[in-house]
Design a protein around this ligand. Structure first.
Ligand SMILES: [Zn+2]
Length: 417
């Protein structure tokens, strides 16, 4: 991204500053108001029916491009009085100069749209795959463009520019919510650049029409992701009071499942836990009504019982139980007794070189004191039944608790142990 910016600057005959722009002084109160990140509406953790999902395409880079956001265009000298105003913050954007950052963004932005179009139109599956991957790669470049805007050492970015994009994004979502409500729909959940919208009896065409209205009014591209038969939003696990809520699962009308932030998505979840959750979701996805959903959830209890038995009776293989986690530092630098660090130390004692960034594989072992053992040192049946049962129970509750409550799950665990 920076080389694209330098290229644009070079073409314009601008000298590239050796040191980045000096940061402007900002009062604590102003910073607090400005630095709020993306808009997050918190959905009540319940089951929602017939929900449509819409996503703004590349929202942040799109806003940088459309609103001419660049380090040198925010609060410029030439447009003090007539610059375009940023909502909430009151900063002004230059009307007379096209910023280096939006100039540099234009190329990847346009290329991405074209690759997406080519991908949709390609008849050859190989080409479709190639175009899709190129579009994906460009997406990451664009995401970086936004992150880089607020980076201290970026030569054409600034803190104000970064905050301006965040403010514009929030404003975009608020405007969208207003349009949605004016059109007789209701927003049940919102997250940075996505909204989940509901209207009883609305069909796909109604949602597509709504998307058309929003695109027309806001002049930003939106994709309609589809309509959920049902969707469940979960509370944030790390801190239930912190509204970072990107945990949900649901079944779409086109018979696909979508899930984010649950155990099955995590790399450090053992295969056995992942499989159980996915089988549960698969079962639930067949439900079309609340009654069916509850029935399927009760069937899932049977599934849970089978997995618990497998752990207790030793029917799980090593591969089923392995957990993967990356080392973020050298093993000697870990102060807390973290399991993956323990496993890495054991590997080092076997003569392996362990470096930060490397992935460690281990099984949870030990009796009263939990420990970790790499597969190379693992002896059959040594795993900690208690720890794996905890993982199973937690993951079963993630899926089933919102539908039938958690008590039935706990009582199964207790009975079998
Ligand atoms: Zn200006």
């Amino acid at each position: 991204m920076s080389s694209l910016q330098y290229y644009e600057a070079y073409k314009l005959g601008i000298l590239i500053p050796w040191t980045p722009r000096r940061e402007n002084y900002m009062s604590g109160r102003h910073l607090n108001k400005a630095d709020r990140g993306g808009l997050i509406l918190d959905a009540k953790p319940e089951i929602y029916w017939n929900v449509g999902e819409i996503d703004f395409k590349s929202l942040y880079p799109m806003l940088m491009y459309r609103y001419n956001i660049s380090g040198e265009t925010i609060n410029c000298e030439c447009c003090r009085d007539d610059g375009v105003k940023i909502p909430e913050l009151g900063y002004s954007i230059c009307r007379r100069w096209r910023g280096v950052v939006p100039r540099a963004i234009e190329l990847p932005l346009e290329k991405r749209l074209q690759y997406k179009k080519l991908c949709r139109e390609a008849a050859n599956p190989y080409l479709r795959c190639v175009y899709g991957r190129r579009a994906d790669a460009l997406k990451w470049i664009l995401v970086t463009a936004f992150g880089y805007l607020g980076f201290k050492k970026a030569k054409f970015g600034s803190r104000e520019a970064h905050l301006s994009v965040c403010a514009l994004a929030r404003d975009t979502l608020l405007k969208t919510i207003k349009i949605v409500e004016e059109s007789g729909f209701k927003v049940v959940h919102g997250l940075i650049d996505s909204l989940w919208i509901v209207k009883e009896d609305a069909v796909d065409e109604d949602y597509v029409k709504l998307v058309g209205i929003i695109e027309d009014r806001l002049k930003l591209p939106i994709s309609y992701e589809g309509r959920y038969k049902w969707i469940i939003f979960l509370k944030s696990k790390i801190n239930p009071f912190k509204p970072v809520n990107n945990r949900y699962f649901g079944a779409l009308f086109n018979d696909t499942l979508k899930y984010r932030g649950i155990e099955a998505r995590r790399r450090d979840t053992p295969l056995i836990v992942k499989e159980m959750q996915l089988q549960m979701l698969e079962k639930l996805s067949k439900a079309d009504t609340l009654r069916e959903l509850k029935e399927k959830a009760l069937e899932c209890l049977e599934l849970y019982r089978e997995y618990v038995k497998m752990i207790v009776l030793g029917g799980a293989s090593i591969e089923d139980l392995i957990i993967r986690r990356s080392l973020s530092r050298h093993t000697g630098e870990y102060v807390n007794r973290l399991l993956h660090a323990t496993a890495a130390r054991k590997l080092e004692s076997l003569g392996y070189m362990m470096e930060p960034g490397q992935s460690v594989r281990y099984l949870v072992t030990g009796g009263r004191w939990v420990s970790a053992t790499p597969p190379q040192l693992y002896r059959m049946g040594e795993y900690s039944t208690r720890e794996y049962l905890k993982m199973l129970e937690r993951s079963a509750k993630t899926i089933l608790e919102p539908i039938i409550g958690g008590e039935k799950i706990s009582s199964i665990t207790l009975k079998i142990i």
